[in-house]
Design a protein around this ligand. Sequence first.
Ligand SMILES: Cc1cc2nc3c(=O)[nH]c(=O)nc-3n(C[C@H](O)[C@H](O)[C@H](O)COP(=O)(O)OP(=O)(O)OC[C@H]3O[C@@H](n4cnc5c(N)ncnc54)[C@H](O)[C@@H]3O)c2cc1C
Length: 356
Amino acid sequence: MKDEIPTFTDLKRDVIDRGLCALCGGCTSFCRENKLHAIDIREGIPAYIDESNCLKCGICYMICPVTHELEDRLEELYGTGTGTVLEVYSARSTDEAVRGVCCDGGVATSLLHYLLDIHYIDGALVVKKMKGGRSMPIIATSYQELLMCAGSSLATVPNLDEIKYYSTYETLLPELREIAYGGLESVAITGTPCQTKTIRKMQSVNILPSGAIKFVIGLFCYENFSFDAISLRTFEELIGGRLSDIEKVNIKETMLITFKDGSTKSIPLEKLEGVARHACVKCTIPYANIYADISLGGLGSEEGYTTVVIRTENGKRLFEEALEEGYIELHPQWCEKKKEEVMQKIEEWTEKKGKR
Ligand SMILES: Cc1cc2nc3c(=O)[nH]c(=O)nc-3n(C[C@H](O)[C@H](O)[C@H](O)COP(=O)(O)OP(=O)(O)OC[C@H]3O[C@@H](n4cnc5c(N)ncnc54)[C@H](O)[C@@H]3O)c2cc1C
């Protein structure tokens, strides 16, 4: 029937079975946190675990970043294309320990460090790299944990699945609130565009209490990888080494890989489409993470610096304070001309991703 609310069955047909699932973990985190236990991640993908538990509330379909539900609302709030741009900078952390382990300039880690220091957040949902190129989402509650999680993880990480401890559907199940928060009341999150889009969808319908996720740090993203045996072999052939030999990865116009022995290899992103997730190659969510408070990428910045796009007043305040308090510093030659050049690159890559 036409007017029926789309449920997980529809999500499975429209998104998952078509290989378009972003693996953000939003749908399962919502279902699990609310003790509905209808769906969960099974064999790496959202699936029914007990269909008879499904309330057919339609929330999973609604908050999925791939479906078009709630898109008008998001567009109103965050725009389209390159999104709302309040300011653009190239900056880096002033902390040498951060600079030694970060991906680009360590801005993400130092902003989170500042947020923890001023007790604006109790924890940050970030990604911890594991052996063999694997990663897992964790809530970092200390500077040491943030340091441990600095850098970029290339494999798909269902970050939002970790939010299960912090999310609740208040209108329906307000009594779960205390359990749901598990002691932490405000968190920041780092996420790729699909993840931040899910968060904003959830917030726009008040699924997450607005106070739970206080700050969204978005990472630019052209594509992501999930290394099954075949794609791992192809990837390792392309880079001419093992995934476990990689020390660091920077993604700008190319993927620049630094191996543990100090050697480097630059691979055009186009060449990696064969090993990118099918869902990423088909992804039309804007490249420069328009749903974040602050979006960060390597594109347009010199080595050792992060490109920073300020998108909300919240983001502006945090960046200016962190700058003033000496957690981060601007590139010494930063100027209007450079800002225009960076925006041009962002527009170019936004268009490129949108056209794939
Ligand atoms: C999958 C992926 C694709 C990217 N693609 C591009 C691109 O095409 N162009 C571009 O300019 N920049 C891209 N970036 C962003 C870039 O790699 C840096 O993350 C960004 O510039 C911030 O650098 P930093 O040194 O300030 O961050 P850091 O201080 O190193 O901190 C990075 C933070 O992000 C978290 N993080 C790492 N991996 C993930 C992940 N998979 N999901 C969620 N959080 C994560 C870390 O735990 C850490 O807290 C991508 C990042 C990722 C993870």
